[in-house]
Design a protein around this ligand. Structure first.
Ligand code: PEP
Ligand code: MG
Length: 325
C-alpha cells in the first residue's frame, strides 16, 4: 500500500469527480519542511511557531524568528506556509515568560490573549513574518480568536507593523493572507461575521472538541468525550466552511481530525478546502480522496448531520466506504 501511495507524490489532491483539494502539513520547525516535500505536501497548513519559543532558553528575537520563517518559506519553493502566531499558555509554558497561576489554564491567559496584552512579544513576531514574506508565500493566522474585536485588534497591530516596515523601505510581499484558527465555539457561531475580516479559517479540532464538549484534551478520565464525528461537532465544522465560502474565503483544518481517514469523507462532503496533517499521513489521504466523489459524500454528510451519536456516524462512514469496493 505504501508503494501505491508513494506514486501519488507529485499528483494533485483530487476527488473521483475532479474536485481539487489541498493537502498540507503541520510543522514545528523549518527542518520539518524536508518531510513535507518528501511526502508530496502542497503547503504547510500550520507552522506551530511556539516551538521556536519552547526550544529556546530566551525569547527568540525578531532576527532569529525572521531566519526561521524565511527558511521555511524558501524551502517550500513558493508553496504557501501558514504560520500561526505564538500559542503559548494552556499546557505550553516558557521558563523565561512567567504566566499567572491559574485555576483553568486552558480557559485562561493564552495564545492571542497574551499577544494582544503583550505587544512587546507580538510586534517582533509580526515584523519577522512580514520580512520573511518577501522570500516565499507566507500566510499568518491568529490562534484562539473568540470575538470579532480580538481579530480586528490583532489585524490592526499587523497593519501597523506592515506600514512601519514599508515606511522604512523594507521589502514585504504585496499581499499576505491573514486568517484565524477556528477553535473556540463562540467564534464558530459568528463565523459569518468573522468571514468578513479574516482571509481564511483553519479549524483547530483539538481545541474545538475540547471546548465544545467541555473536556480537557489531555485528561484520560474524560477522553471518551473526544468525539470528532459527533453531529454537534460536524454542525460546527459545516458552519465554518459555509461561512467562509459565502464570503469567497477558503476553509482548512489543522487539528488531528484533518488526517483521520473516517473524517475525511465527511469533510470532503462538506467542501473543506485544505487538510493539514502530519506529513506521514498526507499520501494516504490523497489516495483516499481519489476514491471518493463529492456528490455521494455530500449525501453522507446530510445523513451524518441528522444522526444522534459519534458511533452512529462512524458506522455510517464505514458502511459507506465498504460500499465503494
Ligand atoms: C488545534 O487546536 O486543533 C490545533 C491545531 O492547535 P494545537 O493542537 O497546537 O492547539
Ligand atoms: Mg489549538
Amino acid at each position: 500500500q505504501k508503494a501505491e501511495w508513494d506514486k501519488l507524490k507529485d499528483e494533485a489532491s483530487v476527488s473521483k469527480d475532479g474536485k481539487n483539494f489541498t493537502i498540507a502539513a503541520n510543522i514545528g520547525t523549518p527542518d520539518d519542511v524536508a518531510a513535507v516535500n518528501d511526502n508530496g505536501g502542497e503547503a504547510v497548513g500550520l507552522f506551530r511557531s511556539e516551538f521556536l519559543y519552547m526550544d529556546s532558553a530566551e525569547l527568540p528575537d525578531e532576527e532569529k524568528q525572521f531566519q526561521a520563517y524565511k527558511k521555511a518559506a524558501e524551502d517550500m519553493h513558493g508553496k504557501q506556509v501558514v504560520v500561526r502566531t505564538m500559542d503559548i499558555g494552556g499546557d505550553k509554558h516558557l521558563d523565561y515568560l512567567p504566566l499567572p497561576e491559574e485555576m483553568n489554564p486552558f480557559l485562561g491567559y493564552r495564545a492571542i490573549r497574551i499577544s494582544l496584552k503583550q505587544p512587546d512579544l507580538f510586534r517582533p513576531q509580526l515584523r519577522a513574518l512580514l520580512r520573511a514574506s518577501a522570500f516565499g508565500n507566507i500566510a499568518i493566522m491568529f490562534p484562539m480568536i473568540g470575538t470579532v474585536d480580538e481579530f480586528k485588534r490583532a489585524r490592526a497591530i499587523y497593519d501597523e507593523e506592515r506600514q512601519n516596515l514599508i515606511n522604512d523601505g523594507v521589502k514585504v510581499a504585496d499581499h499576505i493572507d491573514v486568517g484565524m484558527m477556528m477553535e473556540v465555539p463562540a467564534a464558530v457561531l459568528i463565523a459569518d461575521k468573522l468571514a468578513k475580516y479574516a482571509d481564511f479559517f483553519s479549524i483547530g479540532t483539538n481545541d474545538l472538541i475540547q471546548y465544545t464538549f467541555a473536556a480537557d484534551r489531555g485528561n484520560e478520565h474524560v477522553s471518551y468525550l473526544y468525539q470528532p464525528y459527533n453531529p454537534s461537532l460536524l454542525r460546527l465544522i459545516k458552519k465554518v466552511i459555509d461561512s467562509a465560502h459565502a464570503e469567497g474565503k477558503w476553509a482548512g483544518m489543522c487539528g488531528e481530525m484533518a488526517g483521520d481517514q473516517v473524517a475525511v469523507p465527511l469533510l470532503m462532503g462538506m467542501g473543506l478546502d485544505e487538510y493539514s496533517m502530519s506529513a506521514t499521513s498526507m499520501l494516504q489521504t490523497r489516495s483516499l480522496m481519489k476514491k471518493l466523489d463529492t456528490k455521494s459524500t455530500a449525501d453522507l454528510v446530510d445523513k451524518a448531520l441528522d444522526a444522534e451519536t459519534n458511533e452512529d456516524v462512524a458506522d455510517m462512514v464505514k458502511q459507506f466506504m465498504a460500499g465503494l469496493k
